[in-house]
Structure formats: C-alpha cells, structure tokens
Design a protein around this ligand. Sequence first.
Ligand SMILES: *[C@@H]1O[C@H](CO)[C@@H](O)[C@H](O)[C@H]1NC(C)=O
Ligand SMILES: *[C@@H]1O[C@H](CO)[C@@H](O)[C@H](O)[C@H]1NC(C)=O
Ligand SMILES: *[C@@H]1O[C@H](CO)[C@@H](O)[C@H](O)[C@H]1NC(C)=O
Ligand SMILES: *[C@@H]1O[C@H](CO)[C@@H](O)[C@H](O)[C@H]1NC(C)=O
Ligand SMILES: *[C@@H]1O[C@H](CO)[C@@H](O)[C@H](O)[C@H]1NC(C)=O
Ligand SMILES: *[C@@H]1O[C@H](CO)[C@@H](O)[C@H](O)[C@H]1NC(C)=O
Ligand SMILES: *[C@@H]1O[C@H](CO)[C@@H](O)[C@H](O)[C@H]1NC(C)=O
Ligand SMILES: *[C@@H]1O[C@H](CO)[C@@H](O)[C@H](O)[C@H]1NC(C)=O
Ligand SMILES: *[C@@H]1O[C@H](CO)[C@@H](O)[C@H](O)[C@H]1NC(C)=O
Ligand SMILES: *[C@@H]1O[C@H](CO)[C@@H](O)[C@H](O)[C@H]1NC(C)=O
Ligand SMILES: *[C@@H]1O[C@H](CO)[C@@H](O)[C@H](O)[C@H]1NC(C)=O
Length: 359
Amino acid sequence: MGVKTPWQLLSAGVVLVLFTTSVQCCPSVCQCTTRNFQTSVDCSRKNLFTIPATIPDNTTELVLSHNYVQDLTLVFQNQNNNSKFRWLDNLRSLKLSNNSISSITESVFTKPLMLRELDLSNNNIEEMNDKSFEGLQNLIHLNLSGNNILDITNNTFQPLKSLNDLDLSNTGITTENLWIPLTVNSLHLTGNNWNSFNTSIICNLQDIKFLDLSRNNLMNIELPPLPSLQILNISQNNIHNLSHNAFSALPSLHTLILDRNPFSKITVPIFQQLSHLQYLSLSHLDNLVYLNRDAFRGLHSLTTLQMSDNHQLEYIHVTLFADLVNAKMINISYNNITALHPVTFSSMNNVTTDIQGQP
Ligand SMILES: *[C@@H]1O[C@H](CO)[C@@H](O)[C@H](O)[C@H]1NC(C)=O
Ligand SMILES: *[C@@H]1O[C@H](CO)[C@@H](O)[C@H](O)[C@H]1NC(C)=O
Ligand SMILES: *[C@@H]1O[C@H](CO)[C@@H](O)[C@H](O)[C@H]1NC(C)=O
Ligand SMILES: *[C@@H]1O[C@H](CO)[C@@H](O)[C@H](O)[C@H]1NC(C)=O
Ligand SMILES: *[C@@H]1O[C@H](CO)[C@@H](O)[C@H](O)[C@H]1NC(C)=O
Ligand SMILES: *[C@@H]1O[C@H](CO)[C@@H](O)[C@H](O)[C@H]1NC(C)=O
Ligand SMILES: *[C@@H]1O[C@H](CO)[C@@H](O)[C@H](O)[C@H]1NC(C)=O
Ligand SMILES: *[C@@H]1O[C@H](CO)[C@@H](O)[C@H](O)[C@H]1NC(C)=O
Ligand SMILES: *[C@@H]1O[C@H](CO)[C@@H](O)[C@H](O)[C@H]1NC(C)=O
Ligand SMILES: *[C@@H]1O[C@H](CO)[C@@H](O)[C@H](O)[C@H]1NC(C)=O
Ligand SMILES: *[C@@H]1O[C@H](CO)[C@@H](O)[C@H](O)[C@H]1NC(C)=O
C-alpha cells in the first residue's frame, strides 16, 4: 500500500490519541483540563518546590497554590529563551497563593505577556522593587494579601498599566509607604491595622468603584471626592464619631456597610448626599442608642436597610424612614425596640419588614 497522508492517519483514530497525548503531556502530579482552547493546569497541594516540567503548550491557567515555592526565578528561568517555556506565551492566570515566596526583586515575569491575573496571596513577600512587576503591562488582577509588605512605591507598580483589581489586605503596610496606581478601580485594604487613613493615597483614583477598608482600626473616616465609588465597606473599625462630611462627596455610592463600629449616635443627616444609595447596613452597632429623626434624610433610592442586632437601640422616631419611599426591605430585628408607631412605614408602598427579636 502507498504512504498514507496525515489525514488518512488521523481518520484511523489510533494516531489521534497519540497526537493529543503528545500535545497535552500533562505533568503526572497535575490535573489538566482543556475547554474551548483554554488549558487549565492544576498542581495545587503537591509539595512542589518548582514547576513540573512539561506544562502543556497553550496553558492559559496554572494553579500552584499550597506548595513550597520559594524562588520565582526557579519557576520561570525565563531569561534563557528556552523553548521549554513556550507555554508561557498564552498564560493568563497564575495562582501561587500559600507558598513561601519571600521577595520579588528580579524581572521574573517578562515572558508571560498575556498574564491577566496573578495571585501571590499568603506568602512571605517583604521585598519588592521596580523590577518586580516588569513585563506585566496586561495584568488586571493582582492579589498580594497576606504578605508582610514593607513598601510600595510608584516605581514598584509603574509597569502595571492595566491594573484594575488590587488586594493588599492583611499586609501590614502603612499608608505612608503605599502608592496605588491610578488605573485601580477595585481596592481591598482590609485587616491592615490602620488607626488613621491618609486619604491622599486614594484621592486621585477617579475610577475607583469598590473600596474595602473593613477590619482596620480607623477612628474616623472622611472620604475625599470619589466620583465613581459605588461600594464602600468600613465595617469592623473603631469609628466613634461619624463626621457629617464623611460621605458627602460620593455621588455614585450604591452600597455602604458600616456594621460593627462603636459609634453611639447619628445626630445629623450624614447620608443626605447619597441620592443613589440602594443598600445601607447598620448592624451590630453595640453602642448605638440614638438616631436623629433626620438621620436618613435624602435616601430616596434606598431599597434595603439592614439595621439589626443593635442591642441598645430602643427608639425609632415615627418619621425616621419618611424619605425611604423606595424601600423594599427594612430589617430592624434584634434591636431593643419596645414600641413602633403604625405610621413608621407608611411612606413606602411595598416594603417587607423584619421586626422579630425585640424584648
Ligand atoms: C494553541 O492555541 C492557538 C490559538 O489559541 C491555536 O491556534 C493552536 O493550534 C493551539 N496549539 C495547540 C498545540 O493546541
Ligand atoms: C527568542 O526566541 C524567539 C523565537 O522563539 C526569537 O524570535 C527571539 O529572537 C529570541 N530572543 C532572544 C533574546 O534570543
Ligand atoms: C494559607 O495561608 C494563610 C496565611 O498564612 C493561613 O492562615 C491559611 O491557613 C493557609 N491555608 C491553608 C489551607 O493552609
Ligand atoms: C486574595 O486572596 C485571598 C487569600 O487567598 C482571598 O481570600 C481573597 O478573596 C483574594 N482577593 C480577591 C480580590 O480575589
Ligand atoms: C515616582 O515619584 C517620584 C517622586 O514622587 C517621581 O520623581 C518619579 O518620577 C515617579 N515615578 C513614576 C514612574 O511615576
Ligand atoms: C498624607 O500624605 C501626603 C502625601 O504623602 C503628605 O503630604 C501628608 O502630609 C500626609 N498627611 C498626613 C495627615 O499624614
Ligand atoms: C464587609 O466587610 C466584612 C468584614 O471584612 C465582611 O464580612 C462583609 O462580608 C463585607 N460586606 C460586603 C457587603 O462586602
Ligand atoms: C465625638 O463627638 C463628641 C460629641 O458628639 C465629642 O464630645 C467628642 O470629643 C468627639 N470625639 C472625637 C474623637 O472627635
Ligand atoms: C433594653 O431596654 C430596656 C428598657 O426598655 C433596658 O432595661 C435594657 O437594659 C435594654 N437592653 C440593652 C441590651 O441595652
Ligand atoms: C434580618 O436580620 C436578621 C439578623 O441578622 C436575620 O437573621 C434575618 O434573616 C433578616 N431578615 C430578613 C428578612 O432578611
Ligand atoms: C411587592 O413586592 C413583592 C415582593 O417583593 C412582589 O411580589 C409584588 O409584586 C410587589 N407588589 C407591588 C404592587 O409592587
């Protein structure tokens, strides 16, 4: 018989199996899955110190979380233009959380030009410099939470021209040593033990939409004008006094979480400028005793008010909710309210209330 063309061989089926195996060559400790030309390689929790050889070409996602990687240069060795690392050309997501990386001071990321997501959370990273993120001009998501970061300068993050989503929670970084790129629109800064917050680090973030400052020690808050901010979480801080200007320059805000703070009163209409606010949470406020009748003035768009578990709150003024004409849910359960006037909810057409758990 004559020589078969590749198509004839392919149609024989057997060869098709060999063909796909040689392309895939999944490292034996990892799991590889391919869907819609996207190959995901999961090598998490395998006691690895470096990347297994033979990562498939076209790998788009690589998960190396929960291993013992210490040195990123061992992972890539990308300087030598080795064809072995061709798979990096398509890498979009690299997850290295819970390893033992302690510094990034060399340009290790210059090859994965397509990288969009980099998770370095829960390592021991202290040191970074202007080479750390070189080459990551397409990176969108960067997670550095759970490291001991000492210092982030404008030069450290300078290469990250596309960064949108930055997680610097539980890093112990101080606001004096922090610089946030202007492209960031989602910023996670929880658990940093700050008792004050120098707002100059965020005041130029004209595109910021999401800001999480929860689980710090902030004693007060007064945010600068942030025209795009939609979601603000400042729960679990140490805010005793709410400044009447705290939220006055946040015209796009739709979600505000103030739970678990020690303030005892709201004496003035502090939410008055928040004409787009839809969701307000004021729960677990252990010291809350007083809400002025105008406290919620201006909240015309509010649909949900969570105001539960404020064990000292005994009194709700009959006109407190008068401006909440669009409210769909008001939860005032587990407060210490003994009497509610029947017209308290009369400004709303169609509201569900939860008033259980009063004495
Ligand atoms: C890799 O992906 C590209 C496009 O995404 C495709 O053209 C090529 O055939 C793929 N190569 C392999 C070996 O799967
Ligand atoms: C790296 O390899 C590519 C082809 O794979 C080649 O085009 C390029 O010039 C090489 N770069 C260096 C620095 O050798
Ligand atoms: C990941 O690291 C964090 C911080 O060190 C630790 O609290 C957590 O338990 C680790 N996760 C696992 C599954 O080991
Ligand atoms: C960052 O990583 C931590 C720990 O792995 C995780 O809990 C957190 O959700 C991540 N942040 C984002 C924005 O995905
Ligand atoms: C970083 O800031 C310094 C001083 O604040 C400035 O001189 C330098 O040009 C800035 N670098 C970049 C890349 O913006
Ligand atoms: C806040 O940071 C800016 C710029 O780093 C600095 O000029 C200013 O003095 C700081 N303000 C406070 C109250 O620390
Ligand atoms: C606000 O932050 C707290 C504490 O970090 C968290 O438990 C809660 O889920 C957050 N709420 C929202 C709506 O993101
Ligand atoms: C908080 O406000 C009260 C009056 O409402 C004032 O006496 C107190 O000094 C303020 N505390 C701080 C830390 O600003
Ligand atoms: C609830 O209110 C009653 C008086 O109506 C008061 O005696 C009690 O101490 C209050 N409970 C709390 C937890 O403040
Ligand atoms: C109101 O809040 C309480 C306490 O957080 C919760 O258990 C309950 O499910 C909420 N009610 C509704 C209707 O969401
Ligand atoms: C009132 O709300 C309920 C549930 O949110 C909905 O099913 C019902 O259609 C609403 N009625 C009116 C008149 O809007």
